[in-house]
Design a binder for this molecule. Structure first.
Ligand SMILES: [Zn+2]
Length: 276
């Protein structure tokens, strides 16, 4: 009798412990799912902005537009000139923003330093890694690279190795769509496909929530803005000139085109004015 009883008790205990174990596994699974869901929405709020200063609303920032760091045409900037500009920024106490930090500045009117600048590079050229990166690294600066899906890893363009290194050193990776087409000539659906395919690809590739879209050739229309929002981007950059603020819309942010003909004095003046 006693033996049967203890056998029953043991069975009951096993069932009890098994159910606890199953519950624990389930809770663990649930929290993993929730963690993944919240990750994208929390990413911005995870940026440590303690000690940032409040500025007059709406905050203005210079978003500098670079392409290739080389010679040859008006879109290319020689390395020497780029180096001089970065030295100027360093000497004048500028802080270089990440995409997430820029979002906080533009939406909350707070800045990590009095003088800030957002460096953006379009198209993902290899010379960004070979020429610009060593200079930026030396000065403790970071930038945002807008990557084109179809050019990724191709001749003269960065692939996984370079972009991953930049990413793990504080650089932001943004979308420049898959095919680099003029979005304003396309249907809303076709635009959306370019944007969502690119976002999913970059999200997966860099284990991130890609918050920034860079319109190819700066071309966009009202559909573009609606589709960018729908695809889950938090903001988009154009080629319209001027300092950036949320006044012109977070999906039509203005930028300052850096041309090889620009003098260093001119560069300094424009950056300074756009930050006020
Ligand atoms: Zn481009």
């Amino acid at each position: 009798m006693e033996k049967i009883e203890s056998g029953k008790t043991m069975k009951r205990n096993i069932v009890f412990f098994l159910s606890i174990l199953v519950s624990l596994i389930f809770i663990g699974f649930q929290s993993t799912v929730h963690a993944a869901e919240n990750q994208s929405t929390n990413e911005i709020s995870q940026v440590d902005h303690s000690g940032w200063i409040q500025v007059k609303a709406p905050a203005h920032i210079p978003i500098l537009m670079y392409h290739s760091i080389s010679k040859g045409n008006s879109l290319r900037l020689p390395e020497k000139k780029f180096r001089a500009q970065m030295e100027w920024l360093k000497d004048h106490g500028y802080y270089t923003l990440s995409a997430k930090e820029a979002y906080l500045v533009l939406t909350r009117d707070i800045k990590p330093a009095k003088k800030v600048v957002w460096l953006t590079f379009d198209d993902g050229y290899s010379d960004n890694y070979e020429k610009a990166y060593p200079i930026l690294k030396k000065y403790g600066m970071k930038a945002t690279i807008s990557v084109i899906g179809r050019s990724y890893g191709k001749e003269n363009h960065m692939g996984k190795r370079q972009l991953s290194e930049l990413h793990s050193n504080g650089f932001s990776i943004a979308s420049h769509t898959i095919h680099h087409l003029d979005l304003d000539t396309m249907s809303a659906n076709a635009q959306y496909k370019e944007m969502i395919d690119s976002k999913k690809w970059l999200d997966r590739l860099f284990h991130q929530n890609t918050i920034l879209l860079c319109y190819p050739a700066g071309r966009y229309n009202s559909n573009t803005i609606a589709m960018a929002k729908k695809a889950g981007y938090l903001m988009a950059i154009t080629t319209e000139p001027g300092s950036a603020s949320r006044t012109e819309g977070l999906y039509s942010l203005h930028r300052i085109r850096i041309t090889p003909g620009m003098s260093l004095e001119g560069f300094g003046r424009i950056v300074q004015q756009a930050n006020e």
